[in-house]
Design a protein around this ligand. Structure first.
Ligand code: PEP
Ligand code: MN
Length: 255
């Protein structure tokens, strides 16, 4: 049983739908606070935001790093939302552990076995994203690396895999949801933002994810996606997030 404290309420993963929303990257205090307040008002119960960003080009914005964590901490205190952010390097664990309620292991590190072994020794919930080209067996194997060290508070996240499809950034594999539920006892959520890379596909794929039994969603939302420093193309505007939350009928206004 995975329990996460959020705004005076305990979020019980699998019993409550877990809705993680926020910007791809933390860009400023104002950007994160505005987004956090909005997504909370629409029923999100976890705020996402990357401080350490894995980027394809080393010349792209790689996150505000420690400053990003400080901002995340401040916004968490201000809004009472639980927060999730990605750990890329075990050397950042201590700083990240202090702030993040859930530790995100990104696609690119799904088979970083030394990282998995180290976070397996922690007592915080871990969200393990599926690797960019990982089979389901490899993904489950990665979760076992964490669990074998004693941490079985693992949330699986389907975020699409690389295929020959040229209309989307990745191919969202929704069959993975019931498969993970059958093969493991772990909760599984879906990230249609990275799973498609295309804004207009986020709502239909969110609906599909909920319909096939996902335990929640991770959605990228930005106050001004056209100005976002990363993943603007797949980030929802506020009104689109509001529409999405209404359409999946999540009204966790008490979080
Ligand atoms: C993210 O969610 O911030 C991210 C980088 O996603 P992924 O690891 O799935 O590419
Ligand atoms: Mn992103």
């Amino acid at each position: 049983k995975i329990e996460i404290n959020t705004c005076d309420k305990k979020l019980v993963v699998k019993e409550d739908k877990i809705i993680m929303a926020g910007p791809c990257a933390i860009e400023s205090y104002e950007q994160l606070l505005e987004t956090a307040k909005f997504v909370k008002s629409q029923g999100a119960n976890v705020l996402r935001g990357g401080a350490f960003k894995p980027r394809t080009s080393p010349n792209s914005f790689k996150g505000l790093k420690e400053e990003g964590l400080e901002i995340l901490k401040a916004v968490k205190e201000e809004t009472g939302l639980a927060v999730i952010t990605e750990l890329m390097d075990i050397r950042d664990l201590e700083k990240l552990y202090e702030v993040s309620d859930i530790i995100q292991i990104g696609s690119r590190n799904m088979q970083n076995f030394t990282l998995l072994t180290e976070i397996g020794k922690q007592d915080k919930p871990i969200m393990l994203k599926r690797g960019i080209a990982a089979t389901i067996s490899e993904w489950i194997g990665a979760a076992e690396y964490i669990a074998v060290e004693g941490n079985n508070k693992i949330i699986m996240c389907e975020r699409g895999i690389r295929t020959y499809n040229d209309y989307t950034r990745n191919t969202l594999d929704l069959a993975a949801v019931p498969i993970i539920q059958k093969e493991t006892n772990l909760p599984v959520i879906v990230d249609p933002s990275h799973g498609t890379g295309v804004r207009y596909l986020v709502k239909p794929m969110s609906l599909a994810a909920m319909a096939c039994g996902a335990d929640g969603l991770m959605i990228e939302v930005h106050p001004n996606p056209s100005e976002a420093l990363s993943d603007g193309m797949q980030s929802l505007h506020f009104d689109e997030f509001e529409d999405l939350m209404k359409s999946i009928n999540i009204t966790n206004k008490d979080y």
